[in-house]
Each structure stands twice: as structure tokens, then as C-alpha cells.
Design a binder for this molecule. Structure first.
Ligand code: IPM
Ligand code: MN
Length: 357
């Protein structure tokens, strides 16, 4: 198979982790006889520094022309404490999601048994958890009109949804539920928000097309609580952009660390594969970041963008083997991990490649 893959490292630890996602793809190409060619482009703070624009036209053109994109992370501490900055790294990510029509963000909560002890939750609560989040990604309060009064005493972000936006993500989530445990939980705040009442209306309608899938509707506050109380009860979770952003960071603690979770953003065209973690400037450039989320994002690309299920499984298995052998980055180590088994980004990435070969 011949594919053109665009790497967008982005900011902070993005460069360090995408190196390993890319090397996993190269190893797969060698092992299975595929031809993957790579190009690279800038986005976020890195792109602002170089061009003044968080998403340069050249990056967008390369993205549209590629078969799949592997992205690292975005953001810089300098903007977090400067709410008046008009040009911000995150705008690059939001714009590329919109431009590529990436309305469905799939975030699997993949729990490796070896990491049961890495979580702050009890192993018996976690064991057996397998959740697939469908987060809507191009609508909601993320993209509604934003205003701030000139005298700086009022601000507003408009939360809105169109029926078609809910329909298309709901269908994707139901299709996935069919291939899994046939349970779908739609999360909203329909007791308060009009957008959520539309959301619930539409999901109830789509649910009728999937009578074999058991549907539950849950309020976001309750879902946030149930997720740590009894995560096993969830299979597919379908939710809006902002709720999904928050719930999946919470759910990352089920998997042990933000450094473990990969995601796939898909829609009408080129797919975009990225860890759910941020740019982690506090550890950037120190060879400390966990490369597994990027490597697992590469596995999602193989599976979802290219339909290479066997190759994707081989990558996930190599990660499992690495963990089974006791190798850990700092974020997933615990009191029982011997110091000699705690690795840096590069050493951890290299271990996975050893198992992959
Ligand atoms: C994520 C991130 C982004 C989001 C930020 C960086 C804009 O937190 O992908 O979850 O909120 O969608
Ligand atoms: Mn997030």
C-alpha cells in the first residue's frame, strides 16, 4: 500500500513524541511491505513564531493533499496567562479541524492490565473497562460567535448545534456500538441547555434506526461521577465538543495517564490522528514525555485511515509487550517500578520498536 502521511509535530513535547509515532509507521511499512512517504508541516506556537499564523496556508494545503495526518500537541504557557492575546496556538488546531471537516473525534479508553496500578483509582474498579468516546469536534461553544465588550465587563461564547451535526456523529457512534457491546450512552445537559434538548431529540430519533443497540441518556454532571464510580458500565459514549473534551481528560486516569491516550479525528476527508494530551511545556525537550499515545495514534491511523487492521494490532501488541516487560515512562511508573525500568521518551520508543520488529 502507498500512502502519503503528513507529520505536524506542533508545540512542546509534540516533536519528541511524533518522532516515535512516525518510526512506528516506518517499522510497519518495512515489516509489511508498504510504502509510506512522509512530509512535515508547522502549526501552533511554532507556526506563530515562524509566520505569525497558527495555521499557515502551506500547512493546510499539505494536510488536504495527504492521506492521513499524525499530529503531536499544541499550546504554549505564554498564552495561558495572557487572555488578551488575539493570535493563539489553539486557533491552528481548531481551524484545521473545521477545514478538514473532522467532526468525529474517537477517543478509545484503552486499558492495559499492566497499568492497573498506575491509576489513582482502585484496580477492581478499573479492570475490564473498555470505553470508546465519540466527541463531536467541529461545533458547540468551541465555534459559536465570541464577543467581549470594549470596556471589558462582558463576554459571551455562543453554544449552538444544527440537527445535521448531531445526526452525523450519532450515526458514527451507533455504527461503532454495533461492532462492540451494543450499548451507547449519550451525554448532555438537557435539563438546562436548549442545545442539549435538540441533541437528545436527534439521538432518540437515530436510536430508532439501531434497535439492536441499547441507548441510555445521561446528564454530564452524573456522567462525570459515574465514570470514576463504575467505568465498566460504559461502552460507547456519545457527547458534544466541550463535554467530550472534559470527560476524556477525566477518563484518561482510567488508563493511567494522559500519556497513554490516542485519538482519531475523522469526517469527510483526510483523517487526523493525535494524542489527547497537551504540549506539556514543563517537560518539553527533557526526554521525559510518554511516546505511547503518539505510537497508539499511529496504530489508529493504520486501522481507521488505511484499513490495515493486522498492522494496527501489531503496533498495539508491541506497546502491550513493552508494558508487560515492565518498561515505564515516569508518568506511568509507580512505587513498585524499579528505577532501572523507568525510561525516557527515546528509550521507551526504541523498546516498542524492538517488540514491533
Ligand atoms: C484536545 C485539546 C484541544 C481541545 C485544545 C488544545 C484546543 O484540549 O484536543 O482535547 O480543547 O479540543
Ligand atoms: Mn482536551
Amino acid at each position: 500500500m502507498n500512502k502519503n502521511i503528513l507529520i505536524i509535530p506542533g508545540d512542546g513535547i509534540g516533536q519528541e513524541v511524533t518522532t516515535w509515532g512516525k518510526q512506528a509507521l516506518e517499522a510497519v511499512a518495512r515489516k509489511y511491505g508498504h510504502v509510506f512517504s512522509f512530509d512535515e508541516a508547522i502549526m501552533g506556537h511554532t507556526a506563530i513564531e515562524a509566520t505569525g499564523n497558527p495555521l499557515p496556508d502551506e500547512t493546510l494545503e499539505k494536510a488536504k493533499a495527504s492521506d492521513a495526518i499524525l499530529f503531536g500537541a499544541i499550546g504554549h504557557a505564554k498564552y495561558d496567562n495572557d487572555p488578551s492575546a488575539k493570535v493563539r496556538p489553539e486557533q491552528g488546531l481548531l481551524k484545521i479541524r473545521k477545514e478538514l471537516g473532522l467532526y468525529a473525534n474517537l477517543r478509545p479508553i484503552l486499558l492495559f492490565d499492566e497499568l492497573l496500578e498506575a491509576s489513582s483509582l482502585k484496580p477492581e474498579v478499573l479492570r475490564g473497562t473498555d470505553i470508546l468516546f465519540f466527541r463531536e469536534l467541529t461545533g458547540d461553544v468551541y465555534f459559536g460567535e465570541k464577543t467581549r465588550s470594549d470596556d471589558n465587563t462582558f463576554a459571551s461564547d455562543l453554544m449552538n448545534y444544527h440537527r445535521y451535526e448531531v445526526e452525523r456523529i450519532a450515526r458514527k457512534a451507533y455504527e461503532a456500538a454495533r461492532t462492540r457491546n451494543k450499548k451507547l450512552c449519550s451525554v448532555d445537559k438537557a435539563n438546562v441547555l436548549e442545545t442539549s434538548r435538540l441533541w437528545r431529540d436527534v439521538v432518540q430519533e437515530i436510536a430508532r434506526e439501531y434497535p439492536d443497540v441499547e441507548t441510555e441518556h445521561m446528564f454530564i454532571d452524573n456522567a462525570a461521577m459515574q465514570l470514576v464510580k463504575n467505568p465498566k458500565k460504559f461502552d460507547v459514549v456519545l457527547t458534544a465538543n466541550l463535554f467530550g473534551d472534559i470527560l476524556t481528560d477525566e477518563a484518561s486516569q482510567i488508563a493511567g495517564s494522559m500519556g497513554m491516550l490516542a485519538s482519531a479525528s475523522i469526517g469527510d476527508g483526510t483523517g487526523f490522528f493525535e494524542p489527547i494530551h497537551g504540549s506539556a511545556h514543563d517537560i518539553a525537550g527533557q526526554n521525559k514525555a510518554n511516546p505511547l499515545a503518539s505510537i497508539l495514534s499511529a496504530a489508529l491511523m493504520l486501522d481507521i485511515a488505511f484499513g490495515l487492521q493486522e498492522e494496527a494490532k501489531a503496533v498495539t501488541q508491541a506497546v502491550a509487550d513493552t508494558l508487560k516487560a515492565g518498561w515505564r515512562t515516569g508518568d506511568i511508573a509507580n512505587a513498585n517500578t524499579s528505577a532501572t525500568h523507568i525510561l525516557g521518551t527515546n528509550e521507551m520508543g526504541a523498546k516498542v520498536l524492538e517488540y514491533l520488529r
